[in-house]
Write a protein that binds this ligand. Structure first.
Ligand SMILES: Nc1ncnc2c1ncn2[C@@H]1O[C@H](COP(=O)(O)OP(=O)(O)OP(=O)(O)O)[C@@H](O)[C@H]1O
Length: 543
């Protein structure tokens, strides 16, 4: 690369790109009300570079992305150059497309009521000069785009009928396609911004995504990758920029940095990883709940036992059925067969299970789909925290709102919700802080069994440790936990035992010294033999 200074004339920081940057921003600031979300951030992205943008929940990453998308106007004084061209701020809606930027936002930005085809070709269809649409050609183009990335989603399917994984992959393919088309038109590199694209993706989906990212970078276009998964960031990025409290905390060349250095730059202090729990002791815990013959969705007649005070992990490859288990047990999705037997003698056929019954039995469910099924974006934090047990705050027919707010503030302090303002709408919180509110809601009810689906998606590395510690403390006090997750590191850190699923059944059980991130990942892959068939199911679990 030639030694070309940054387009806006700043002195390049050590390790900064020497070729003309694709993106070069300086002094970007943003204030919401009185609160500063960004405080004069500057950084640049080289052509063909995969650039990690990291920081704790609420550090300003999404705000920066939304400024580049023209969604937020920055405060006065910031500068932006794209491929050497100075661009006026604020960007106008749609400017990003002309420049050659595309985005995958945390909420994916798809229109649920439209089809895969309409979502994929949205930009093309809405900007086409002619009023005539050749649907046959559009279908062919959409199939070709999906096929280029090895996907075979039905183009006529409505997006709200796709699985979360398919939705995430569709949004990512759309962003990559937009760049491909824009670059062909301008002859210049483009930029794809991926704002936490991986929480919904199981391991093989992440590997597919990394393949796509590498192929885009190989054409000279650049990628900004935002994630809380440090291992993923270390795997896929060339350089890393870290934000802390809206300001630049530092920049690193990935190949020269260690995991610990990156974490320290994010958090601002050294934090120790949690050790593995006492696996041997945990296996001996007495049974709290026996699940027999649960069948529904991709799950086929599965038996398992959850111990009292046990944290049981369930995982597997895409479509193996483990991800359905929390919803089936909670009565949130229809079951074909199966029953629950509790330690106190209660017997509940799953066909008769409903969320109301589950709550009465002392169960709680934290769904993975934060925006769709878990929280209500338009309601304040306080209401989101106490939606399931608002009755508790009624006295003589009157709602004691002041007590609710007081308790919400105390919970927000315990779970480090930032900003800790119970009156603030959930939608104004960063993604990770919204997840903390929802975790606080269910932990605060002190359930007998807490069912979790990807509990720490979007949660930063420091808070993750706190949530794990809170889960362990609750389990030590007798709460049972069933955690469905594709995050092997998370399972290894918190679980006493992990069940691996394949083709709708339990095919392996991991405990003791094998309960490591690599051990879990290997067991997932070992569940498929070389002919692509899944391994036979393991014998029934002992209680
Ligand atoms: N529309 C808004 N109104 C008020 N405050 C906002 C709004 N959007 C963001 N903020 C605030 O700006 C700060 C930065 O939020 P941002 O979403 O950029 O964080 P983030 O780094 O992307 O976090 P996360 O990792 O949790 O997604 C937070 O304090 C957030 O509450």
């Amino acid at each position: 690369m030639s030694d070309v200074p940054s387009a806006i004339g700043r002195v390049a920081e050590p390790g900064a790109p020497r070729a003309l940057p694709v993106l070069d921003v300086a002094d970007i600031a943003k204030t919401f009300g009185g609160a500063k979300a960004l405080r004069g951030v500057s950084f640049s992205v080289a052509p063909g570079e995969v650039h990690g943008l990291l920081g704790k929940n609420g550090s300003g990453k999404s705000t920066l992305v939304k400024i580049l998308a023209g969604f937020h106007a920055p405060d006065h004084g910031g500068r932006l150059a794209f491929n050497g061209e100075m661009v006026d701020l604020p960007l106008k809606p749609g400017d990003f497309r002309r420049l050659g930027m595309s985005f995958v936002h945390q909420n994916l930005g798809l229109v649920p009521s439209l089809t895969v085809l309409e979502n994929l070709r949205f930009a093309h269809l809405t900007t086409a000069r002619s009023g005539y649409i050749d649907w046959r050609a559009e279908r062919a183009a959409a199939r070709e785009a999906l096929g280029r990335f090895g996907l075979s989603i039905d183009t006529a399917e409505r997006v709200d009928r796709l699985s979360p994984v398919e939705r995430a992959l569709l949004a990512i393919v759309r962003a990559f396609e937009e760049i491909r088309v824009a670059c062909a038109a301008t002859g210049k590199p483009g930029l794809v911004l991926l704002d936490e694209p991986t929480p919904f993706l199981p391991r093989e989906g992440v590997e597919k995504l990394f393949g796509l990212i590498r192929s885009i970078a190989a054409t000279g276009s650049s990628v900004i990758f935002i994630s809380h998964d440090i291992d993923e960031v270390m795997t896929i990025t060339d350089r890393i920029t870290v934000l802390r409290d809206g300001a630049l905390a530092g920049a690193l060349e990935t190949a020269k940095a260690t995991h610990e250095e990156v974490v320290e730059m994010i958090v601002g202090r050294r934090i120790a990883r949690l050790g593995t729990p006492g696996h041997q002791a945990a296996v001996a815990k007495p049974a709290f709940l026996r699940v027999s013959g649960v069948a529904g969705g991709a799950l086929a007649a599965t038996d398992l036992v959850v111990g009292k005070g046990e944290i049981l992990g369930v995982t597997g490859l895409i479509g193996s059925g483990y991800e359905e288990l929390p919803y089936l047990i909670f009565g949130a999705r229809p079951c074909r067969a199966g029953a629950l037997d509790f330690v106190d003698g209660a017997h509940v056929p799953l066909a008769a299970m409903s969320p109301k019954r589950a709550l009465d039995l002392g169960l709680a469910l934290l769904p993975g789909d934060r925006q769709g099924a878990s929280g209500v974006d338009s309601l304040p934090i306080v209401d989101n925290m106490f939606l399931p047990d608002v009755d508790r705050f009624f006295r003589f027919g009157l709602l004691n709102r002041r007590a609710m707010v007081r308790e919400a503030f105390a919970l927000g302090t315990r779970y480090e919700v930032r900003p800790n303002d119970p009156a603030m709408k959930l939608s104004a919180l960063s993604g990770g802080n919204a997840q903390k509110v929802l975790i606080a809601r269910w932990m605060n009810r002190n359930p007998r069994l807490l069912l979790l689906d990807e509990p720490t998606q979007g949660v930063d590395v420091g808070t993750r440790v706190q949530i794990f510690a809170a889960l362990r403390a609750a389990a030590a006090a007798g709460m049972s936990v069933l955690c469905a997750s594709s995050d092997a590191e998370q399972l290894a850190e918190i679980c006493d035992r992990v069940l691996i699923f394949a083709r709708g059944r339990v095919c392996a059980e991991i405990t003791g010294p094998d309960l490591t991130k690599d051990g879990i990942a290997e067991a997932c892959y070992a569940s498929i033999d070389l002919t692509g068939r899944t391994a036979p199911a393991a014998p029934a679990l002992a209680s």
